[in-house]
Design a protein around this ligand. Structure first.
Ligand SMILES: [Zn+2]
Length: 163
């Protein structure tokens, strides 16, 4: 296993987030399986919240499906998306939670999607995570920021938009 994966695993163990993920698995009777890059998969999660097919807590990916389903070659991008969240937990520790919820709130307020303008989901990859990638700003916000601002915020005016 690559050194960066070992480091990520150690950091999420030390900052307590993997422990929290294991507690979620234990409390919901999800079964722990081995994943990829030293990440664990808790399969068979049954609670209705969150509504996603998987979510990550520390170095544990919790899924409603089976570990086999998530490790299937067809789901490699989804796995890498969740793995990216594990790296975010390694950096932020428990601060990930408030930071993530602020990012969700911002994204929801501006687009109506929890992910489209959520910093953490954008870094992990919107498409791989099943989020819309080209959602416009809510109409009142687009009006507020002006016609040129809605697509090219944070860019000098006149620069073509790469995304
Ligand atoms: Zn995600």
């Amino acid at each position: 296993m690559a050194a960066r994966h070992v480091t990520r695993g150690l950091l999420t163990a030390l900052n307590g987030t993997t422990g929290a993920g294991l507690l979620v698995a234990l409390a919901t009777r999800a079964k722990i399986r081995r994943g990829r890059h030293g990440v664990l998969i808790a399969e068979g999660y049954r609670l209705p919240i969150p509504p996603a097919s998987c979510f990550t807590v520390g170095s544990v990916i919790v899924t409603r499906r089976s570990a086999e389903w998530l490790l299937d070659e067809q789901r490699r991008e989804l796995f890498e998306h969740e793995h990216h969240h594990a790296k975010q937990y390694a950096l932020l520790g428990p601060l990930f939670w408030p930071a993530y919820w602020v990012a969700c709130g911002y994204s929801y307020a501006t687009t109506g999607s929890w992910g489209a303008r959520n910093f953490f989901e954008r870094r992990a990859g919107l498409k791989a995570g099943g989020y819309p990638t080209d959602l416009p700003l809510r109409p009142w916000l687009a009006r507020l920021t002006g016609p040129s601002a809605s697509r090219s915020r944070n860019r000098p005016s006149g620069t073509p938009s790469p995304d």
